[in-house]
Design a protein around this ligand. Structure first.
Ligand SMILES: Nc1ncnc2c1ncn2[C@@H]1O[C@H](COP(=O)(O)OP(=O)(O)OP(=O)(O)O)[C@@H](O)[C@H]1O
Ligand SMILES: [Mg+2]
Length: 250
């Protein structure tokens, strides 16, 4: 679902994200970990062609689309519906004067989900919101009336409702308290198993990563310093920086 080779993202000539190889297949979860500013969010954004003013080289395929050469129209076809991005602070991306329910309904209609007069649309909306442990009442709220964690869960709900094949999630649980965090991770894990969802997760929470990821990429200063099966990287790290990250765990 995601295939990356020799990706390099530069801002004003400075390499901020270099990823030699990254693959996420259907039903797989890969996690990117690393300190603040190491290039994690930049990597995610570049996979959907969302980096502005960046120089990008390499090969990126998402849902069969060659992202770096695709037309804007072709990119719009995968963005949102087939490949959903759950951003680090998603509220700013939501239209401020539109209630979440209206927004979701519009997105679903646009992609032809739950069409017809049988009321399936309402059902799909209610189910997806419930799946991320949000109260249905949230659909009547405006984006500024919800918290960051709720906004991220709403973004996951939207992805579920749209039937996304790939979810790219940037710190999807760091704004949540531990119980809600566990619920959201449970939701993501279930989606993987039941719908073969491919998941690319950015997180600095290694404990969380160990419970969900098949493989891990460790980034530092814009480069991947280590990658491999989560079970190996998190127990026998080969790079000193990964060891440092693990030692910092409580
Ligand atoms: N639009 C931009 N223009 C110029 N530089 C940018 C831009 N976006 C990000 N950068 C730079 O790229 C580097 C990587 O940023 P990025 O947001 O990918 O880090 P991150 O690993 O996601 O960090 P965090 O954990 O804090 O979210 C940083 O040094 C940042 O200043
Ligand atoms: Mg980030």
């Amino acid at each position: 679902m995601i295939e990356v080779r020799d990706l390099q993202v530069r801002y004003a000539g400075r390499l901020v994200a270099g990823v030699p190889e990254l693959d996420v297949g259907a039903g797989e979860c890969v996690a990117i970990v690393g300190e603040s500013g190491s290039g994690k969010s930049t990597t995610l954004l570049s996979l959907l062609g969302l980096t502005e003013n960046a120089d990008i080289s390499g090969h990126v395929r998402v849902c069969g689309v060659d992202v770096l050469t695709a037309s804007p129209r072709r990119l719009r076809e995968i963005r949102g519906a087939r490949a959903a991005l759950v951003m680090q602070s998603p509220q700013s991306a939501l239209s401020p004067a539109t209630r979440l329910g209206v927004l979701m309904r519009r997105a679903l209609r646009l992609h032809g989900v739950g069409s017809g007069k049988d009321g399936r649309l309402d059902e799909i909306m209610a189910e997806s919101v419930a799946a991320v442990m949000l109260d249905r009442a949230i659909l009547r709220r405006y984006p500024h009336e919800i918290s960051g964690g709720q906004a991220q869960r709403f973004a996951i709900a939207l992805a579920i409702a749209l039937g996304a094949e790939v979810i790219l999630a940037d710190e999807p649980t760091s704004a949540l308290d531990v119980t809600v965090q566990a619920e959201v991770v449970g939701v993501l894990r279930r989606l993987r198993e039941e719908r073969d969802l491919a998941l690319l997760l950015v997180s600095h929470d290694l404990a969380l990563v160990s419970t969900i990821a098949d493989r891990v990429l460790v980034m530092k200063d814009g480069e991947v310093v280590e990658s491999g099966p989560a079970a190996r990287v998190l127990t026998e790290p080969s790079h000193p920086y990964t060891r440092e990250l693990l030692e910092a765990l409580p």
